[in-house]
Write a protein that binds this ligand. Structure first.
Ligand SMILES: C[S@@+](CC[C@H](N)C(=O)[O-])C[C@H]1O[C@@H](n2cnc3c(N)ncnc32)[C@H](O)[C@@H]1O
Length: 207
């Protein structure tokens, strides 16, 4: 699959790329929005090399990092912060290898625009939450930078916040808030001087 090939190929370089695309403040915002508590269990969907996972482990949360790219997870496993509280698993966001109602939090940072059916994936993420558990998704607002479809394996040109809100509601979540992180993502084109500069939303819902 094209998508998997892209992340397999860039895995050794993703951390450097990510630092030029968006800042650690996105993670700070995610952690404060989720009000994470130690010894709880979280799943990081599309965890990649562990950007969100690292923050969760730092807060004493046990994490299952799931990604369809083994090379991305291999980079994650070599990191200094890795502890006994981290489990890594290849798997797809469309069919998470986790039983229903099992976890306290689900996170997905910059993964949703790479999936074919985002509404179904949100439903799948809600499925694995315990009652009272929290889903936090951070991703790009709707944009017009079509080159990302070709160059970075994006399948969606961001999202309308009202669609995200509706998909959370369809997934049976309540207390839904979709707002701005106040942060930007900036992805330079490989072939032109164009740069995809766009705002990042944060969506939270409770099961
Ligand atoms: C842009 S990277 C973000 C990685 C990480 N969340 C971060 O913030 O640095 C997107 C990640 O989602 C993963 N991914 C894309 N589609 C996926 C899917 N359908 N199921 C599981 N992982 C997926 C990719 O392999 C990649 O590691």
């Amino acid at each position: 699959m094209h998508e998997r090939g892209y992340f397999d190929e860039i895995a050794p370089r993703w951390d450097d790329m990510r630092q030029t695309y968006f800042s650690e403040r996105v993670r700070d915002r995610v952690l404060s929005e989720a009000r994470v508590q130690p010894r709880k269990l979280a799943v990081d969907v599309g965890a990649g090399t562990g950007f969100i996972t690292e923050g969760l482990i730092g807060h004493g949360v046990e994490v299952l990092a799931i990604d369809e790219s083994l090379p991305m997870l291999q980079v994650l496993r070599r990191k200094a912060f890795v502890t006994a509280g981290l489990h890594c698993c290849t798997g797809s966001a469309e069919r998470l290898p986790v039983r229903t109602g099992a976890v306290d939090y689900v996170f997905a940072n910059m993964c949703l625009h790479h999936v074919v059916h985002p509404a179904a994936v949100i439903g799948e993420m809600a499925r694995i939450l315990k009652k009272g558990g929290t889903l936090i998704i951070t991703d790009c607002d709707e944009h017009a930078f079509a080159f990302l479809l070709e160059e970075t394996a994006d399948l969606w040109m961001g999202f309308r916040r009202e669609d995200i809100n509706a998909w959370f509601a369809e997934a049976g979540l309540r207390d839904i808030v979709v707002s701005s992180t106040g942060e930007q993502v900036c992805v330079p084109s490989k072939s032109t001087d164009n740069c995809a500069n766009n705002s990042i939303f944060i969506a939270r819902g409770t099961k």
